[in-house]
Design a protein around this ligand. Structure first.
Ligand code: NAP
Length: 388
């Protein structure tokens, strides 16, 4: 039976927030889930501990020096790789049938594409690859005959809500946003926000890049683009509702005026487990929702003036072609510069807006075209930052 297949998993980005949660889910289902490959960036101490615990057949780290260190330190002898080729070797290892794509940023593009093309189940957390090359990712999945399951909590929620639904009955989908740490701040205070304030997310514990993206609402903008790629929806069918409690993850609005909502605790292990075990729902490492604990939920519209990055994402989605890749690349450079203390918080949206307006959108017809747009946008963003 398809549902009870043993998932032999390659985790790309195993040392990150999603990667470590994935390994917790694997450890909770040893009869169903096993690890065949692990790939990480530069956190070699944590990576070593993960390798010793799960003993994957294939491992990879970003730098050659760390690969040498692993070779001399590991207590067993897996295949050891490094760099982008290492990510591919892990994704395509012959013993694997499932890939969790959890590298952050454009660094995950090629391995996600290759995994989809190989016909495996690919659980995609790396939303940047879907934003940059959405149509290419779908084409790769269709060519390989595999599956693409979204790990992002809002999209895993939509996957559950839309499953088996007649597309003609759907009026709109809504993904929720916590609103981030600056939801109630006025414009002047947001403009002067510090790195520490932006990293202080109210409801989710995540890696630094996505945490900054949540504070600008760029993350929600990337997710709007991701939703259009995953579910084939028109831009006007995808809306955002701010819901600070992060318990409702998505809603589907039907033609008859009714809505269905998906609710769970805000713990990424839930959508990770959903994608790994789909279509089965087994008990897992997160307690089920407690309805007897009284609570309030609130909902409000996002404010595009204080959070212009959300509007930029809609504009990029409307332009199509390489515009989403351009916006994503500018944003990666701007967020890295903000985290390094080279630009201020408000400069992130200014940089993204300038680069998106300056560079024309071209057809995103091949991986090369997308990568060229990505490089060009990064150069533009770096020049903009250097002139500040
Ligand atoms: N965190 C969440 O709750 C969440 C929710 C939804 C979606 N996502 C998405 O999931 C992805 C991962 O997010 P995260 O929060 O887990 O990020 P994170 O904590 O920063 O982890 C990123 C992972 O990628 C690895 N990595 C970075 N560059 C690499 C490279 N060049 N080669 C190989 N590995 C590399 C890092 O390795 P080292 O740490 O060893 O350097 C780490 O394992 C992002 O696309 C994010 O948008 C995250």
């Amino acid at each position: 039976m398809m549902g009870s297949a043993i998932r032999r998993i390659a985790v790309l980005g195993s040392t990150g927030s999603i990667g470590t949660s994935t390994l917790d889910v694997v450890a909770a289902h040893p009869e169903r889930l096993s690890v065949v490959a692990l790939a990480a960036g530069r956190n070699r101490e944590l990576f070593l501990r993960q390798c010793e615990r799960f003993r994957p057949a294939c491992v990879s780290v970003r730098d050659v020096e760390d690969a040498k260190w692993l070779r001399s330190t590991l207590s067993y002898g897996p295949e050891i790789h490094s760099g982008p080729e290492g990510l591919l070797a892990c994704a395509l290892h012959s013993e694997g049938n499932t890939v969790v794509a959890a590298v952050v940023g454009a660094a995950g593009l090629q391995s996600t594409e290759a995994a989809l093309r190989s016909g495996r189940r690919v659980c995609v957390a790396n939303k940047e690859s879907l934003v940059m090359g959405g149509a290419l990712m779908r084409a790769a999945m269709e060519a390989g005959g595999g599956e693409l399951l979204p790990v992002d909590s809002e999209h895993a929620a939509l996957h559950q809500l839309l499953n088996g639904r007649d597309p003609l009955s759907i009026r709109e989908v809504r993904i929720t946003a916590s609103g981030g740490p600056f939801r109630e701040w006025d414009m002047a205070r947001i403009q002067a926000a510090t790195r520490e304030e932006a990293l202080n997310h109210p409801t989710w514990k995540m890696g630094p890049k996505i945490t900054i993206d949540s504070s600008t609402l760029m993350n929600k903008g990337l997710e709007v683009i991701e939703a259009s790629v995953l579910f084939g929806l028109a831009v006007d069918q995808i809306a955002v509702t701010v819901h600070p409690q992060s318990q409702v993850h998505a809603m589907v609005g039907f033609r008859d005026g009714t809505y269905q909502l998906q609710v769970s605790a805000n713990d990424m292990k839930l959508p990770i487990q959903y994608t790994l075990l789909y279509p089965e729902k087994l008990s897992g490492p997160v307690p089920s929702y407690d309805w007897d604990n009284s609570r309030s939920w609130t909902f409000e519209a996002p404010d595009l003036e204080r959070f212009p990055c959300l509007g930029l994402a809609y504009a990029a989605l409307r332009s199509g072609g390489t515009a989403p890749a351009i916006l994503n690349a500018a944003n990666e450079i701007a967020v890295a510069a903000f985290l390094d203390g080279r630009i201020g918080f408000w400069d992130i949206q200014a940089c993204n807006s300038e680069v998106l307006a300056h560079l024309p959108s071209e057809p995103a017809a091949s991986l090369e075209a997308v990568l060229a747009a990505d490089r060009n946008a990064r150069d533009n963003a770096r020049s903009w930052i250097a002139l500040k």
